[in-house]
Design a protein around this ligand. Structure first.
Ligand code: ADP
Ligand code: F6P
Length: 324
């Protein structure tokens, strides 16, 4: 028989993402509406190990849905990668009466959640990362806001780049995944998009393309460079030397992770947070919430972590065709 859950814990882990607060709020209010107690665990797995745990009421999450970042704070925790750390984490949960846990974060955070589930704490993961790099889901909390923030910033760089007839290399986040770069590449009409999944390190091809687009009368040349490729500043120096076209590098950095979440991030994060609580209340554990084919679904964490995801070939081909 499924274990009855009385107290649900919630934490955010890894890089923060706009919309995490909407997910936390939904966890708290869905759980309270089902008669459960809720405990907020501050600063990710670090806070779990340090017992930074507080009861949460519906009022504690008032006025948070429109805020960026995470009101529970977040952290990366090396100790939690060890068996000892994980066992202590499970003990802390038991000590505080937490019999169900919602972990909002990326793949790394899910690996931690899986360990807690193996140690008897019912655990559900909710995908929170601006990188969109979680294979079981077409949506991750924060991507929509981040990609819109990056798009607006790139539009601005493009204005000045055109005025000076320059080449601009704009580096966006994404760690080893090129989703932010690809979406901005299409949305901002970039001439080149460098994706970790596709880049062949042939800089001569880029140089030839800049020279060719100049000849075709283009007034700027926007290169979106995914973070996984990096070195935008030195690349700009080499490109300027080889083409004679003034070239500047802009690294958008952490501004992409901040700001008020978009409507989509607020709504989807709310749905996912509530869905995670419903799974726990049904006695489910070792699950992760995803969004696929127009609906919210859940997957076994082990299976979710084993899934692969890559840039769709068709999207990439179209992005190239539209850049002529
Ligand atoms: P994300 O969750 O965004 O992928 P990280 O990869 O930094 O971010 O992981 C966040 C935290 O999750 C790590 O700091 C660590 O505490 C925990 N974690 C990551 N991988 C594992 C693992 N294999 N086992 C246990 N905990 C892990
Ligand atoms: O995973 C989110 C992310 O913003 C990545 O895009 C980036 O590589 C990384 O986190 C940056 O991490 P930090 O905040 O530790 O610099």
């Amino acid at each position: 028989m499924a274990k009855e859950i009385n107290t649900i814990g919630v934490l955010t882990s890894g890089g923060d993402a706009p919309g995490m607060n909407a997910a936390i709020r939904a966890v708290v209010r869905e759980a309270l509406s089902k008669g459960k107690k809720v405990k907020g665990i501050y600063k990710g797995y670090n806070g779990l190990l340090n017992e930074e745990i507080k009861d949460l009421t519906a009022r504690d999450v008032s006025d948070t849905i429109s805020k960026g970042g995470t009101v529970l704070y977040t952290a990366r925790c090396a100790e939690f990668r060890t068996e000892e750390g994980q066992k202590r984490g499970a003990e802390v949960c038991r000590k505080h009466g937490i019999d169900g846990l919602v972990v909002i974060g990326g793949d790394g955070s899910f690996a931690g959640a899986q360990k807690l589930a193996n140690l008897g704490i019912n655990t559900v993961g909710v995908p929170g990362t601006i990188d969109l790099d979680i294979a079981c889901t077409e949506y991750t909390i924060g991507f929509d806001t981040a990609v819109n923030t990056a798009m607006e910033a790139i539009d601005k760089v493009r204005d000045t780049s055109t005025s000076h007839e320059r080449c601009s290399i704009i580096e966006v986040m994404g760690r080893n995944a090129g989703y932010i770069a690809l979406w901005c590449g299409i949305a901002n009409g970039a001439e080149d998009i460098l994706l970790p999944e596709k880049y062949d390190y042939d800089e001569q091809k880029l140089i030839n393309n800049i020279i060719a687009t100049r000849k075709r009368g283009k007034k700027h040349h926007i290169i979106i460079n995914a973070e996984g490729i990096g070195h935008s500043t030195s690349m700009a120096r080499r490109i300027e030397a080889a083409t004679g076209v003034e070239t500047r590098a802009t690294i958008l950095g952490h501004m992409q992770r901040g700001g008020s979440p978009t409507c989509k991030d607020r709504v989807y994060a709310s749905m996912m947070g509530a869905y995670a609580v419903d799974l726990l209340c049904e006695g489910k554990t070792n699950r992760v919430v995803g969004y696929r084919h127009g609906d919210f679904q859940d997957f076994d964490i082990n299976e979710a972590l084993a899934m692969q995801k890559s840039i769709p070939e068709y999207w990439y081909r179209v992005s190239r065709a539209l850049a002529i």
